[in-house]
Write a protein that binds this ligand. Structure first.
Ligand code: PLP
Length: 345
């Protein structure tokens, strides 16, 4: 019996997206597996990506790197995007993690602990993390990767993309021995000049399009499905759910489905969220509650125990994100630990 709500991860689709990203970029893909592979499970996803040839991974936190090292063994290189935070050098070294250093204080911390393989992040305009190009450190022993991050890669028309690319090329030229890593998912699709030596995609591996909408080149990977807990006939004039935000204007059949905001079905799915039920896209009605949402299934052949799809092959992740007023990244990473990840392929 599957759990009432499940997140099914199609590892063959993940592998296909990895190969597509390598083909489009023309350089190796170094997968970003932070936040537990955007909620899909970093151990299982990374193992499959290793089987496809990936040998370098990125996480955000030291703790994520430690877990990934335990799952993958000694072979792959694992970079930590937070860098070397105060007091973290020993943990990084113990797990053979490579910090992506963001500031002089991090570099000093890393060196004081003995240094070793690491990267440097150059901030080419996003103003989030990294050295400004004019303040970037001199080349030093152990530095094997230089990266920067695009602020608007999901918008190919944005002129800042080319400015960041050129600023990165200039800054990276100071470090001839270091591998240059620039493009995230959107960047992979911006053209050959953006790929540099290796790309660093996340969301496109996991089934989101490079421009925040479904893209025929990217296969859906994750399916969030929920069991129908109850089917009820609501007479005209009655309301459904908390705060009476939906009133039946005619007799309405409602399926109460076992996925609520504690499972990652954001409350903002109402009122525009839709669910694939018995072969059709149907609206979520009323408020999403913690453990359940209500779907208008009037006229459908649907029964208790059937499953509906919140996103997956029939309801694309990016479309679900847009309906919820957010992005696919947030939908994936919001899925609670109580939802079992089920791997196929
Ligand atoms: C999250 C992240 C990525 C991956 O971005 P996607 O848009 O998911 O491809 C790449 N690089 C850095 C620095 C990141 O923080």
């Amino acid at each position: 019996m599957p759990a009432p709500a499940t997140l099914t991860v199609d590892l063959n689709a993940l592998a296909a997206n990895f190969r597509t990203l390598e083909a489009v970029g023309g350089v190796p893909v170094h997968p970003v597996v932070k936040a537990d592979s955007y909620g899909l499970g970093a151990a299982a996803c990374s193992r499959r990506l290793m089987a496809e040839g990936a040998r370098t991974f990125f996480v955000a936190r030291t703790s994520e790197g430690e877990r990934l090292r335990a799952a993958l063994g000694a072979e792959p290189a694992i970079y930590v995007l937070d860098g070397c935070l105060t007091g973290r050098a020993a943990r990084l070294r113990a797990a053979d993690l490579r910090p992506v250093l963001n500031a002089d204080a991090q570099l000093a911390e890393w060196r004081a602990a003995g240094g070793g393989a690491c990267g440097v992040q150059i901030d080419t305009g996003m103003n989030r993390l990294g050295f400004r190009p004019e303040a970037a450190p001199e080349p030093f022993e152990g530095l094997d990767l230089v990266l920067s991050h695009l602020a608007c890669a999901d918008d190919p028309a944005e002129p800042m993309n080319a400015r960041q690319r050129d600023a990165f090329a200039a800054a990276a030229a100071r470090y001839p021995g270091a591998l240059r890593s620039f493009a995230n998912s959107g960047g992979v699709f911006l053209g050959a000049g953006y790929a540099f030596d290796a790309t660093r995609p996340g969301i496109c591996l996991y089934g989101g399009g490079p421009e925040g909408r479904p893209d025929a080149r990217i296969r859906p990977v994750a399916t969030l499905a929920a069991e129908v807990l109850q089917v009820l006939d609501v007479p005209a004039g009655e309301t459904v759910g908390y705060s009476r935000t939906f009133m039946a204007s005619a007799p309405t059949r409602i399926a109460t489905c076992a996925a609520g905001y504690a499972d990652g079905v954001l409350r903002s799915y109402s009122p525009r969220g839709r669910v694939f039920a018995a072969g059709e896209l149907r609206p979520i009605v009323g408020r999403v509650s913690m453990d359940a949402c209500a779907v208008d299934v009037t006229g459908l052949d649907i029964a208790v125990g059937d499953r509906v799809e919140l996103f997956g092959a029939h309801r694309m992740l990016d479309d679900a994100g847009a309906a919820a007023g957010t992005i696919g990244y947030e939908l994936l990473s919001a899925i609670n630990a109580r939802v079992p990840r089920v791997y196929v392929g």
